[in-house]
Write a protein that binds this ligand. Sequence first.
Ligand code: AGP
Length: 619
Amino acid sequence: MCGIVGYVGNQEAAPIILHGLRQLEYRGYDSAGLAVLDGDGGVQVRREAGKLLNLEQAVSQAPVTGAVGVGHTRWATHGPPSQRNAHPHSSPDGDLVVVQNGIVENFLDLRQELERAGYTFRSDTDTEVIVHLIDQHYHNGSAGDLEDAVRKALLRLKGPSAIVVLSAHHPDRLIAARLGNAGGVTIGFGRGEMFVASDIPAILRHTRQVAFLDNRQMAVVTAHGAVFKDLDGRPLAKECTRIDWNPTAAEKGEFRHFMQKEIFEQGRSLTDTLRSRLDFQRNAVVLDSLNLTPDHARRLTKLTIVACGTSYYAGLVGKYYIERLARLPVEVDYASEFRYRQPLVASDQMVLAITQSGETVDTLAALEEARTGGAFTAAIVNAIGSQAARVTDGHIYMQAGPEIGVASTKAFTASTTDLLLLAIYLGQQRGVLAEAESARIIRALSMLPGLAGELLEDALQNDRYRELAERYHTFYNFLYLGRGIHYPIAREGALKLKEISYIHAEGYPAGEMKHGPIALIDATMPTVVVAPRDHVYDKMISQVEQVKARSGQVLAVAHANDEAIRAKVDAVMPIPVADELLTPILAVMPLQIFAYEMAVRRGADVDQPRNLAKSVTVE
Ligand code: AGP
């Protein structure tokens, strides 16, 4: 997903923009560029294909000076990664530049219309139609001023777009605008300086005071503040949000990769996730931001969870929690399926999105579908102020801090923990969960961060996972098996391995082995089993036997003190003994570490895996 950083103030813009773009690298990109207004009102543009380093070198070889500028990292949708397709894109006279995140779905029609009007295109991108449309409205008198020209151009676009416009005719300002769900536009408030960014980590070093643009909104940003309007030109009052993350939260620290840091900080992130949500006096869970009354909770007949990728697997875990503790039927659906299948949604239902970024286009579209059907909509979301947190009737923040690595780790354990909290909350509100049971689970939950810390500290202290990576990094196929609440953990473990090591892996319900996958088993196809001692442990052991009988190797996520399974398998990834409801949250961690070490051993780009983006804001 593209990254945008803008600056208007009293410092040199280029270093601030480049540092901000670095903080957004995790979003995935293939080229980068920036534009800065110099003291004479000229627009200086630098663009390079490839990594940010190329742009930094271009800027150091040909410096740009000025206190107003905008930068962009591009994740190619229309047109290959190249310098000519990198943003910013300029108007014919070079006085106007635009950067964009999103897609112009009607760009071909607009391009032909503009070519007929005499515009020459110099790139293959859809974005270039935006800058020429603004230029056309600005110069042909159909717009009162630049702001109006931007507004009129945006209203011609189909599809989601987040843009920032810089003009030599208005050297004291940037214009930012958002149309649909094209990823966030954050406005940062400094002292005598202002910032625009796709995401908070880009500007956290400079300010904690931010405001967010919603769909069909724009901001005229000068060094002394921002004026917010909707696309009809009506003024908007915007509240500032204070971001409490510490700036190092978006830094790697002593870890080699963001993903490694985020795996090993799950003891702390789970502490934050639980913070102010466990009421030991009342043996109750506190989820005020969900805005769900007891009466409404009692009237619910169904909960549908919609999500993508890792968040979808968290939803599968949530189904077990909520059906067991709240006695509420739960359906879990891929957001990309839900949004197009004309789902049966009604006002006595709740539709819950799970989304780390809060900006995933399929998940936001599924929420729109749910709202149209009259359901109560909610989101479990990590990114503060993101679209999912703002368009729903209620939300639960994951409170996991910024997750920078493309492969989601601490957000998964945060969202599964939030789902357990939600299950307790709904069980209490619906009067189906006994207080003694609530008290027991709440006490168990309070142990979770310590158990996670114990597991992760043990993993840090020995070479177990590096040794496993040494033994298995040359294999090209893995099967992951789990039963019951651990079946989704097997799915998530397989996704982790796939997306960062590029090894094919498939998560399967263990009971399905005989219905096909067992045909695959041989010495070249290792099997990972999630096999804590639970009510289906014996079934998992027989699965292990079946794999071993066919010369298959078995790696087991199992209780550290389980000597029986240790004697049967080729390797154990240990987890501490814990309440059965907490075990899936712990069991995913060894699979995260295993995938990480495999990717490192294979020399893969762990934090920015090929073809992937941290938040998928385009279909
Ligand atoms: C998970 O490691 C991937 N990065 C991806 O599957 C991700 O979970 C999915 O794109 C959903 O993202 P979201 O939680 O931000 O909506």
